[in-house]
Design a binder for this molecule. Structure first.
Ligand SMILES: [Zn+2]
Length: 212
């Protein structure tokens, strides 16, 4: 990186706000696409047993979440372990509270923008729980769930927004019933139980990126 570029980045408050910069770009080596088996080719695969069939084969909603394990600690293997029912309860005192839960999401976007996929998009992942959107319950039946590695009060990184924008555009193309007005947060479909992705999530930034 040239010095002038480095200075420009440091001068950009949104980058400072987003936490440490990492020397990685999402999707660097290949064109992202969703294959015939409903897997994202640029995602690392970590198949979870926590899924079942969608009752009506409908995919018409995108739900954004956050998760970090232990809470507010990033970069470890524990979210993958949690979604694959192999969380070691000796690794952190908090894990005993959640290890019995059987949950999953379709995608997990790490702080460096890398993406992990747990469940093919045509299957029903278990991310939303009790939920309600536009007159219907059980949003897992018809939604795709994306977890951002993070918490409600710490800014998501630029790498995460870049990956989320790219993957959202791709999902809208592959599953056209997901329109921009059918992208929501867990906090809005389970308002009394959930607060993610939280007040720091920049919805306008996601939507602005989609128009490009
Ligand atoms: Zn959530």
């Amino acid at each position: 990186m040239k010095q002038s570029q480095a200075k420009a980045m440091i001068d950009d408050e949104s980058l400072i706000d987003a936490g440490p910069l990492l020397d990685k770009e999402p999707f660097l080596d290949k064109e992202p696409l969703i294959d015939n088996e409903h897997w994202l080719n640029v995602a690392q695969r970590c198949p979870s047993p926590n899924f079942n069939h969608r009752p009506e084969d409908e995919i018409s909603l995108l739900v954004i979440h956050n998760i970090s394990l232990p809470p507010k600690q990033y970069g470890g293997p524990f979210v993958q372990d949690f979604f694959c029912n192999r969380l070691d309860i000796k690794a952190d005192p908090y894990f005993a509270e959640i290890a019995h839960l059987q949950v999953s999401s379709h995608l997990f976007i790490r702080r460096d923008g890398t993406i992990i996929q747990f469940v093919p998009f045509n299957q029903r992942a278990w991310h939303a729980g009790l939920s309600h959107y536009s007159g219907r319950d059980n949003c897992n039946d018809f939604s795709i769930g994306i977890e951002m590695e993070g918490c409600d009060d710490e800014a998501y990184t630029d790498f995460q927004y870049a990956s989320l924008q790219q993957v959202t555009a791709l999902l809208m193309q592959a599953y056209p019933d997901i329109s921009t007005d059918r992208i929501t947060g867990h906090e809005f479909i389970s308002p009394k139980r959930k607060t993610d992705p939280g007040r720091v999530f920049k919805w306008q930034r996601l939507f602005t990126g989609l128009k490009c």
